[in-house]
Write a protein that binds this ligand. Sequence first.
Ligand code: KIV
Length: 293
Amino acid sequence: MTCAPDSPAGPSDASSPYGPAPSPGARPTRPVRVHHLTRAKERGERLTMLTAYDAVTARILDEAGTDMLLVGDSIGNVMLGHDTTLPVELDEMVVATRSVARATARALVVADLPFGTYEAGPAQALASAVRLMKVGANAVKLEGGRPRVQTVRLLGEAGIPVVGHLGFTPQSVNRLGGFRVQGRGELAAEALVADAVALAEAGAVAIVLEMVPEPVAARVTATVPVPTIGIGAGARCDGQVLVWTDMAGMTQWAPRFARRFGQVGQALRQAAQAYGEAVREGSFPTSEHSFDS
Ligand code: KIV
């Protein structure tokens, strides 16, 4: 990752707290850092986050000016063919995080701690998080609220920024009884706010809110000083995150809260069909793709 000096009084602060989003094709030099997240919230500037699992995609999403790339444990469902995130191994996250970090110049790289690598307590979480930080993560994300406070604090003391994740937490899908909206009803909403406050007080740098009613997400957003990043949590969070394959239209199905901003799956299918036809009919390769002796 290219790291230009980051002066709070630098010239690009006039337009943005973390430097301008790069124009297409340009390689940005000023990376997004954790302190920019709170600054963006204070300035009312919305943050963008997309998942990324490999270098080729990360480079494109980074060049597009995405503020944060999340190496999500959704890699389990999206890339590895599992039904849930539960089978994802730390070793798999290490490979994906290394690949994403190598291809990223501007975005803040956040890597998920997968199921079973942090719940035993702060020491286990630290050992797991260190592995992700060593291969280029700028922060780690973990699921859960008040029970994670000590872990968030210890990681912070070790120099590891933590992003929290509340609402529907996919690693608890069995306890939650399926993919269900969380935080409905006053008691549940109050618990969610208390979890968010506890995470922020422990030092979390941002909080993902997944599948939460919009008014509850708005309440959390108004209460905590750190940015909330919504997914299926309405329009009143400080930022948004989507799984990149949902965002780009890679698959037939996408969750109700996702919007397809492209039809990349269809474009890829068409490109592969055109390639196949060209090879079969002999129009590819031609002399322009061949070497002389
Ligand atoms: O793993 C992931 O992709 C996530 C997002 C859904 C926030 O945690």
